[in-house]
Design a protein around this ligand. Sequence first.
Ligand SMILES: Nc1ncnc2c1ncn2[C@@H]1O[C@H](COP(=O)(O)OP(=O)(O)OP(=O)(O)O)[C@@H](O)[C@H]1O
Length: 264
Amino acid sequence: MLQLNQVHKTFYPNTPDERQALVDITQVLNEGDFVSIIGSNGAGKSTLLNTLAGSIIPDEGDVWIDERNVTTLTEEKRAKYLGRVFQNPMAGTAPHMTIEENMMIAFGRTKRRSIFSGVTKQVRERFQDHLSTLEIGLENRLTSKVGLLSGGERQALSLLMATFTEPRILLLDEHTAALDPSKEELILKLTRELVEKHSLTTVMVTHQMEQAIDFGNRLWMMDEGQIIFEANDEEKDNLSVSDLLKAFQDIRGKKMANDRALLN
Ligand SMILES: Nc1ncnc2c1ncn2[C@@H]1O[C@H](COP(=O)(O)OP(=O)(O)OP(=O)(O)O)[C@@H](O)[C@H]1O
């Protein structure tokens, strides 16, 4: 379970550059919930994700994962609860290390084992089993340096590494935005499969409204640091992109400024 209680974050308070990035966010995600977050430019989506990850500490309010108040827990200490895939395929993996070394780091993060425990035959077989589910042949390239993989392959590996340890929360940070359409399709298919396989509680930020409608059982629309609209379960299933644009216009009295969504 993930809980946000009256979370506020303001950058450069009391200066001409003041930005209210999160305003009184209160939400609960239950076990297995999958929320897609959309919103206008500068709405606070990344700040919200960073607050969950621990790279931003809120000014007020608190964040709970299960029964633990993690509000001030550092990113490193929080990592055992979280899996995260970034927009940049280069961000989730270490290029100069091999596939199995990268997987060992992910494995060690949650299982209190370090890469220095070595990759045993049994662990290697387990990694190969996981990699074979991606169906892109990475199981035969365990000792290849990750820097040699294509962007799509690397993002698939990041996704696998973020999920196979069964984190309490999976954070997807526009994780398909930098990929070409065929690779995007692959990563979306894998996202669906891996989230279902591990029943992961998931928070996905996306600029594509179709994707937000298509994925998950919940949807949050953000603007100016607030969640201004949400839809759950059946109500969400029946939404269309024009419903979302209309909802934004009705609530805010203006059109949504979302450059990347318009480009897609
Ligand atoms: N580190 C920071 N320092 C100062 N201001 C920041 C910082 N990070 C975000 N902001 C500001 O906080 C607000 C919310 O930004 P955020 O990046 O969370 O929005 P977003 O919804 O992810 O936007 P986009 O879709 O355009 O990437 C914006 O006004 C932004 O300029």
